[in-house]
Ligand binder design. Structure first.
Ligand code: PMV
Length: 346
């Protein structure tokens, strides 16, 4: 068992690693932490891993670098070196992994998303999952999937812990840090659902989810939400087991409204929606009346995720294209979890 422990290197470390991690969409949201330092959530959350929105990250630990260098790019901005709080979050995770890998070498990190960052497509989920995985590979650390999930969680973006796995994923809030990991409930081919992501704005949000988590207790709906999300998770689990799309859709859409009501009624109030978001939400109701099976959810941003059976996704895409509300559409199926590649970014 000792060999399986995080931090035990199996052989001479290859000091460069590259990982590709998917984003995921929460069907029930993680919102609020009971422990900031350990990123322990207030509630269990359930997600779907997405096939088309990803982060690729290469990490190299070497004494040829004087200090840690972090460079990030996305679909609308070239890879550029970052400083300040963005760099600090990455360096904190590098330090944790350096300790586990018993190295003091500075690192170079280059990371690229194929979608816009900070707009509610969970870029921190794919980014911190890819960063952690690339470090595990570079340092040749032995970590079981559960241990990788815990290490990823500690990076501070809780949703990243779910991106380690493909398919439908549950992150346990649990009673202690060693038990708060994500696990796959069903593999990607269990149920052919799609997430049609409508990008109505590519502007980076003003308030990070990090800030949002810290405000939850200021909402008068705080306790009610925790009770509600507990029941929602039961409904989601039953809907998944029975492949009951109507039950799944109704539960996830209602949960989205409860989550955003909590954010809107926090102090200060967080309003992530734009006028286009509301227009899309109204259209979703009309589409349902017209017989299409589609439900909406949103993370902490204005962009709308439309969950639909894949058989109906093409019809949905052509309808929303005609609306002229949308800058970009990503049609995602249910995707695989983290994978490794030798195609390094540098
Ligand atoms: O993982 P964070 O700290 O970026 O927070 C994610 C918060 C939501 O996206 C709104 C919900 C979730 O569970 O993904």
């Amino acid at each position: 068992m000792a060999n399986n422990k995080i931090g035990n290197r199996s052989e001479e470390p290859a000091l460069k690693g590259t990982a590709v991690a998917p984003s995921n969409i929460a069907l029930s949201k993680y919102w609020g932490k009971r422990n900031d330092e350990l990123t322990l959530p207030l509630n269990d959350s359930i997600s779907m891993t997405l096939s088309e929105v990803k982060t690729v990250t290469t990490v190299e630990f070497s004494n040829k670098y004087q200090e840690d260098v972090v460079a990030i790019g996305d679909s609308s901005s070239p890879i550029t070196q970052v400083e300040g709080s963005k760099k600090k979050r990455v360096v904190k995770q590098l330090n944790r992994l350096r300790k586990a890998g018993e190295t003091n070498f500075p690192a170079k990190v280059v990371s690229k998303n194929n979608f816009p960052m900070g707009t509610g497509i969970a870029s921190s989920a794919s980014a911190f999952s890819a960063l952690t995985a690339a470090c595990i590979q570079a340092l040749n650390l032995k970590a079981s999937p559960q241990e990788q999930s815990i290490l990823t969680r500690l990076a501070g973006s809780g949703s990243a812990t779910r991106s380690v796995f493909g398919g439908f994923v549950l992150w346990h809030a649990a009673d202690n840090s060693d038990e708060s990991y994500a696990e796959q409930l069903y593999s990607p081919d269990y149920w052919d659902l799609s997430d049609v992501i409508l990008v109505v704005s590519e502007e980076e949000k003003k308030h990070s989810s990090l800030f949002g988590h810290s405000l939850i207790k200021t909402s008068p709906f705080f306790k009610a939400r925790l009770e509600f999300v507990r029941k929602t998770n039961e409904q989601l689990l039953a809907a998944l087991e029975n492949k009951d799309f109507k039950a799944l859709g109704e539960a996830l859409e209602r949960e989205m409204f409860v989550f955003h009501s909590t954010a809107m009624t926090s102090q200060p109030s967080l309003l992530y929606w734009s006028p286009k978001t509301i227009e899309v939400l109204k259209q979703v109701r009309q589409l349902r009346q017209g017989g299409l099976e589609v439900y909406a959810t949103l993370d902490a941003g204005p962009n709308v995720h439309l969950i639909t059976p894949t058989g109906q996704a093409e019809k949905l895409v052509s309808y929303v294209k005609n609306l002229k509300l949308v800058n970009k559409i990503y049609h995602c199926r249910i995707g695989e979890g983290v994978r490794y590649t030798n195609q390094h970014l540098f």
